[in-house]
Ligand binder design. Structure first.
Ligand SMILES: NC(=O)c1ccc[n+]([C@@H]2O[C@H](COP(=O)([O-])OP(=O)(O)OC[C@H]3O[C@@H](n4cnc5c(N)ncnc54)[C@H](O)[C@@H]3O)[C@@H](O)[C@H]2O)c1
Length: 252
């Protein structure tokens, strides 16, 4: 019954662009919980997010304090370093963790049903993971951004990076988590990453081509950048919101 229900808390590690959209979705009751718990290494960011909300929220000074409040789900929306540092501890506590900085998971080798990877700034991972079971021959991931994003002025499309997803996620920990998500999904197949400075695109455009045992796929996402962090696509935050909604519904 409602009165006996345990209070449902959601923890957010990192209080930047993604966290703000998640908190607003909670406030708008798209995600049902009773309280938000914020941690950011920059406490001012956590305090600012709390004061912008008309929803119960607590700011904590570290992960230990967050864990004592027993959130049902925690969302890491901070950095690969944060995911590396906290993922195992959170999963060991039996708390569901949504990881946005997926590049960290490439070298952690964590096997836990408590760790969840949202599709982030792309989609179609269901089809990709199905194909991965049968056998994938080739995955090429191309990320196109307007030259502005690279502080470049090229008039023709220009490849600015080409390499593996693992290397891309390591070299660009704040930009290439999408490539890491793909790499985690198609394992053991490898993902070839191309980053293109392209005057022909205004949006952050991610596309991937897959050749697998029984066919081919081509998916393309043209994402509006998050107004407060142009590196982040709003779709990434919405994918976390959707996953959070599902996890909370499943846990009631
Ligand atoms: N999976 C995807 O498709 C995808 C898409 C976009 C962004 N991301 C990743 O999600 C993460 C968050 O993105 P954002 O746009 O909200 O970033 P942001 O820079 O707007 O906010 C990140 C916040 O986390 C805090 N932070 C950083 N390291 C921390 C740590 N170790 N402990 C506590 N707080 C810490 C920062 O102070 C900052 O306030 C980034 O790693 C980003 O690369 C993933």
């Amino acid at each position: 019954m409602q009165e006996n229900r345990e209070s449902t808390k959601v923890g957010l590690i990192g209080c930047g662009a993604i966290a703000k959209l998640i908190a607003e979705a909670v406030e708008r009751k798209l995600v049902i919980c009773d309280e938000l718990v914020f941690y950011d290494q920059d406490t001012k960011k956590a305090e600012t997010l709390k004061s912008a909300l008309r929803f119960p929220a607590t700011v904590v000074s570290g992960i230990e304090e967050m864990l004592t409040l027993k959130p049902k789900v925690i969302v890491e929306a901070a950095s690969q370093q944060a995911a590396r540092e906290y993922a195992e501890q959170i999963a060991t506590e039996g708390i569901d963790l949504i990881v946005m900085s997926t590049g960290a998971l490439l070298d952690l080798n964590l096997q836990s049903s408590k760790i969840h990877v949202p599709a982030g700034a792309i989609g179609g991972l269901d089809a990709l993971s199905s194909a991965a079971l049968a056998g994938i021959d080739e995955v090429v991931f191309t990320s196109r951004k307007n030259p502005r994003a690279f502080e470049m002025h090229n008039k023709e499309a220009k490849v600015v990076y080409e390499g593996t997803a693992e290397e891309a996620a390591r070299l660009y920990p704040r930009k290439m988590n999408v490539a890491a998500t793909l790499a985690l999904t198609v394992k053991p197949a490898k993902v070839l990453v191309q980053v293109v400075s392209d005057p022909g695109v205004q949006r952050n455009t991610h596309e991937f081509r897959v050749k697998w045992q029984f066919g081919e796929m081509f998916l393309r996402f043209a994402n509006d950048p998050h107004p407060e962090n142009p590196r982040t696509s709003a779709l990434a935050a919405w994918s976390a919101i959707k996953l959070l909604q599902t996890l909370l519904l499943n846990s009631t």
